[in-house]
Design a protein around this ligand. Structure first.
Ligand code: NDP
Ligand code: ZN
Length: 352
């Protein structure tokens, strides 16, 4: 069968021919429909993130997938069901986080990540996985189901943020998303239902398709070249909730200054090492004297996938179709890895 992989020592994806996998006991054989591409895939290709599966000369790419159950293999799933796989798998047999269905909270060393670190991904005609790592979605979402994984990361981050504010009557009237990439836009669309006023920060000038989406969602676009994150309270208003989805390390700290008293900032971006100076005393003081919270969040579990499925179903159709800009067949796979300002989310279609 066809698979898209990166070989050891290479940084470009390749089409390879491998044997179709056989499901073990408790595993399901899934026929892949579509696999999305995000920044993490580029990091895997460049070698800056992740690692090859043990003993393998190549890594099959892809962690954002949707497929259809080909062989249920005696599990509770049924053939023909549309499913989305989760990303993390246990590395060693015992991890209390996997036993509690909270693999997203497992520390490094206790997990591998399919398509990212230590395990093959989903960019292949078929894949196998234990049924417990598959989330069913309605057939009506089959074409867009690969968006469940990135949305689930935002759902987890939102849950952490809300729980951190659950000891008092918190109001999240003003919400700000830093970043107008796919994760930022998917999060912004999620927040427009929650917050009375939403804002999205990017560094692009108009005209730009991502800014059109921000406008259409009824959010205010903030150009970081004109208004820095710490200037946002004066230029617009202090924020109750900030989602950082740029990976720009300075934003982690300026998020504290963008927050209103009692606000919470949740960081999702994954920056490179970067040394710079901050006024640590002022930031520490603001966190304490204004009851602000700053959290990091990574990955998600089945509970968040289920929520993401509902969120995806509620997104307006125009929004989902304007995010899914670049569809490629398996033979056009190289085009899916070309980045351009017009392209928001690229995906590879293995089967229709
Ligand atoms: P992208 O790289 O596609 O998006 C990042 C966006 O932020 C881009 O639109 C970029 O603008 C914008 N941006 C970057 N720097 C600045 C800046 N200084 N000022 C204003 N805007 C800026 O990534 P994704 O949307 O896929 O993901 C966002 C981040 O979240 C990444 O760091 C990714 O690794 C991480 N991530 C984390 C997850 C988690 O669970 N924690 C899950 C998935 C992703 P432009 O396009 O103009 O360059
Ligand atoms: Zn992803």
């Amino acid at each position: 069968m066809d698979a898209i992989a990166v070989r050891q020592g290479k940084t470009r994806p390749e089409l390879i021919d491998i044997e179709r996998p056989e499901p073990d006991d408790g595993e399901v054989l899934v026929k892949t429909l579509r696999v999305g591409i995000d920044g993490t895939d580029f990091e895997v290709l460049s070698g800056s993130h992740g690692e090859f599966p043990e003993g393998s000369e190549y890594q099959i790419l892809g962690h954002e997938a949707v497929g259809v159950v080909e062989a249920a293999n005696g599990t509770a799933l049924s053939e023909g069901e549309i499913v989305v796989p989760t990303v993390r798998r246990p590395k060693n047999t015992s991890s209390r986080f996997f036993e509690n269905d909270e693999p997203d909270m497992a520390p490094p060393g206790e997990y591998v990540e399919r398509g990212i670190a230590g395990a093959h991904g989903y960019m292949a005609e078929y894949f196998t996985t234990p049924a417990s790592f598959l989330v069913s979605i309605p057939e009506s979402l089959a074409d867009v189901g690969f968006l469940v994984e990135p949305i689930s990361n935002a759902e987890k981050a939102l849950e952490l943020a809300q729980r951190s504010r659950s000891t008092f009557e918190w109001q999240d009237s003003a919400g700000l998303v830093l970043g107008n990439g796919p994760l930022g836009l998917l999060t912004l669309a999620m927040l427009t239902d929650r917050c009375e006023r939403t804002y999205c920060l990017g560094r692009r000038e108009r005209p730009d398709p991502t800014i059109d989406i921000v406008d259409e969602l009824g959010a205010t676009y903030i150009n970081s070249q004109q208004t820095a994150v710490d200037e946002i309270p004066a230029a617009h208003e202090p924020m109750d909730l900030v989602f950082e989805a740029t990976g720009h390390a300075k934003h982690a700290f300026s998020t504290i200054e963008a927050l209103d008293s009692n606000g919470v900032g949740v960081l999702l971006g994954i920056p490179e090492d970067w040394e710079f100076t901050v006024n640590g005393g002022a930031l520490h003081r603001q966190l304490v004297l204004q009851n602000k919270a700053l959290l990091g969040s990574v990955n998600s579990n089945v509970r968040h996938y289920n929520r993401a499925r509902n969120t995806l179903a509620e997104y307006p159709d125009w929004f989902v179709s304007s995010i899914m800009t670049t569809r490629c067949s398996v033979s056009e796979f190289a085009d899916a890895f070309e980045q351009s300002p017009e392209s928001i989310k690229s995906y590879i279609e293995f089967s229709a």
